[in-house]
Design a protein around this ligand. Structure first.
Ligand code: ZN
Length: 174
C-alpha cells in the first residue's frame, strides 16, 4: 500500500501509541496497529485502532465527568427545562456531557449552558496535572481560571499524531 501524501510504501507497525485529544488529554493505546510511511512518517490507523481510540476516549470522558464535584451536575429534568427540549432529546444528545450517577442520568450544568449557546457542550475535561502524570513532562500552556485550555493544544504536541474531535475523522486504511 502507498502513502496517500507522498506515494512511498507504507509499512504495518504494532506499537504503543499516544494520542492527544483536545478534550480528554492523552490517550495511550497499547499494541496499536497502524500503517506508517517510510518516506514522510504519516500514520494511518487501522479501523480496529480507530475503534479502540473511540472506546478509550468514551471511557476517559465518562471517568473525567464522574470526577467532577456533585454540585456541578443537574438532573435530566433540569437540563431538558433549561434547553427547552424533551428529556429524550437530552438523553440522546452526545454533545452534552452526562453520566449515570447511581442510576440517575446527570448532566454537567456548564455543558448544558454551553450547548444552549453553541450547540456543542463539550469542553476540555482534563487537568494539567493529569497530563504531567501521563507524559512525565511539564509544559507551559496557560490555563484560564476554570482550568480550560486557553491555547491550541495541537501546537504543543506536534510530535504526537493528533486526532480531531472524533477518531472516526482520522484517516484510516484497511
Ligand atoms: Zn508518505
Amino acid at each position: 500500500m502507498k502513502c496517500p501524501k507522498c506515494g512511498e510504501e507504507l509499512k504495518k507497525e504494532i506499537n504503543d501509541i499516544e494520542i492527544f485529544d483536545s478534550r480528554v488529554g492523552l490517550l495511550l493505546i497499547r499494541h496499536a496497529e497502524y500503517w506508517e510511511c517510510s518516506g514522510c512518517a504519516t500514520r494511518l490507523y487501522t479501523p480496529k485502532t480507530v475503534a479502540r481510540i473511540d472506546e478509550k476516549r468514551d471511557n476517559k470522558t465518562k471517568e473525567l465527568i464522574k470526577g467532577k464535584p456533585i454540585g456541578e451536575f443537574i438532573t435530566l429534568v433540569e437540563a431538558a427545562r433549561l434547553l427547552g427540549i424533551s428529556k429524550q432529546a437530552v438523553h440522546k444528545n452526545r454533545k452534552i456531557y452526562g453520566v449515570k450517577l447511581g442510576r440517575k442520568p446527570m448532566y454537567l450544568r456548564k455543558s448544558v449552558i454551553m450547548y444552549k449557546a453553541t450547540h456543542d457542550g463539550r469542553f476540555p475535561l482534563y487537568t494539567p496535572d493529569a497530563r504531567e502524570w501521563v507524559t512525565g513532562v511539564t509544559c507551559n500552556i496557560s490555563y484560564s481560571e476554570e482550568g480550560v485550555l486557553a491555547g491550541r493544544p495541537s501546537d504543543q504536541y506536534t510530535h504526537l499524531p493528533s486526532v480531531g474531535s472524533s477518531a472516526s475523522e482520522v484517516a484510516y486504511a484497511h
